[in-house]
Design a protein around this ligand. Structure first.
Ligand SMILES: [Zn+2]
Length: 363
């Protein structure tokens, strides 16, 4: 498994991190001619700017020379993208380096970024990844979905202690693995060799494939318990997204010894997992989720900061494409499955024979 780009956050590292730059370029050499051309354009997009959050992360990265990072930021001030006023204080609170000189310089750059006219829109990345007609069709579908009616979803609270979570997980996972309609749509899930851990942190869950990420030596599912109880819907659809038919099933099915995989291709990887959330076990909850996702992606692409929450604004403004990839990717996968592949299973079969990246345009 040597053709894997394991730097899954390369899009937000490549501006300042030369080692990540080197690895992305080496990865490109594994691709077919057209894929390579497209990947290099994607790389160019993410090297054409930096944001203050991207800079702060680089400055906090122990593997990088802080002085060099700051020099590069100052030399390339013109490529510092605009910061939205509404998240100024949030970002400022994180400028807390040991050196006052560093703090002052970053603060100055932050102030500068409020005033600059230079901004980079994620929609430009999408224009690289999709044929214009497909893009228009997907947008049209998203607007229709945003106008659907909300329904009332049944919900049960689950106690969030470790034992209950593991019990609930096993029970629900077994029901998914025996679900005939999922098996026929996606193929069966044949991986029982993975660890399940319950941890306290933000979010719902994460799946780490042992071959694709440095973080774990065994396939690992992390489930998060942050409160006294969790909502059964959030819990179940997290398992769908993370394990089956989401990430765990996806990686298991599509990774092949000789194919290249860009783990940073979030339009594909997160798009697919989010697609499984709203298409596996249809319910009032998934209907509402679909509406919420459609509205969020419309607001994110239109930069309607006044209706997004601060956390979303920060992602849209500072980590371009991070949030959008889940939702645009989800509706894009739905569109391609419907119009090109016929079923999720044939989509996965197709991918298992190809290199894996944000290559929608080439399908
Ligand atoms: Zn995910």
């Amino acid at each position: 498994m040597s053709k894997i780009l394991k730097e899954w956050e390369w899009k937000y590292q490549v501006f300042f991190d030369e080692e990540v730059q080197r690895k992305t370029l080496a990865f490109a050499e594994n691709l077919k001619r057209e894929e390579k051309a497209l990947f290099l354009k994607q790389l160019k997009f993410y090297k054409s700017f930096y944001t203050i959050d991207v800079l702060i992360e680089a400055l906090k990265n122990k593997n990088l020379n802080q002085k060099k990072v700051l020099e590069k930021a100052l030399e390339n001030k013109a490529l510092c993208a605009k910061t939205d006023q509404s998240i100024y204080e949030l970002i400022k609170a994180e400028i807390n380096f040991e050196s006052n000189e560093v703090n002052n310089k970053v603060l100055k750059l932050l102030d500068y970024s409020l005033e600059t006219d230079y901004d980079v829109k994620f929609i430009n990345y999408l224009m690289l990844c999709f044929h214009i007609q497909d893009f228009k069709n997907i947008i049209e579908v998203i607007y229709k979905k945003a106008n659907q009616k909300q329904e009332t979803a049944d919900v049960r609270e689950i106690k969030a202690d470790k034992e209950t979570i593991l019990l609930e997980f096993n029970e629900f996972m077994n029901s998914l693995m025996k679900n005939e309609s999922l098996i026929s749509d996606y193929g069966s899930f044949d991986n029982s060799d993975y660890d399940v851990k319950v941890e306290i942190d933000s979010g719902y869950g994460e799946w780490w494939d042992k071959d694709l990420y440095e973080e774990y030596d065994r396939d690992t599912l992390i489930l998060y318990s942050n409160d006294e109880t969790i909502n059964s819907n959030d819990f179940h659809y997290t398992i769908i997204h993370e394990v089956y038919p989401g990430h765990g099933h996806f990686f298991r099915t599509v990774k092949k010894q000789n194919d290249a995989i860009d783990t940073g291709a979030s339009l594909l990887i997160e798009g697919y997992a989010t697609y499984t959330e709203i298409n596996s076990l249809k319910s009032a909850y998934t209907n509402n989720l679909e509406i919420a996702y459609a509205k969020t992606i419309i607001n994110a692409l239109n930069l309607n900061y006044d209706v997004l929450n601060k956390g979303s604004i920060r992602l849209v403004n500072q980590k371009k494409g991070y949030l959008e990839s889940y939702f645009f990717g989800c509706f894009a996968i739905e569109y391609y499955v419907k119009n090109k592949f016929g079923s999720p299973k044939s989509f996965l079969e197709f991918l298992s024979q190809s290199n894996k990246g944000d290559f929608y345009k080439l399908w």
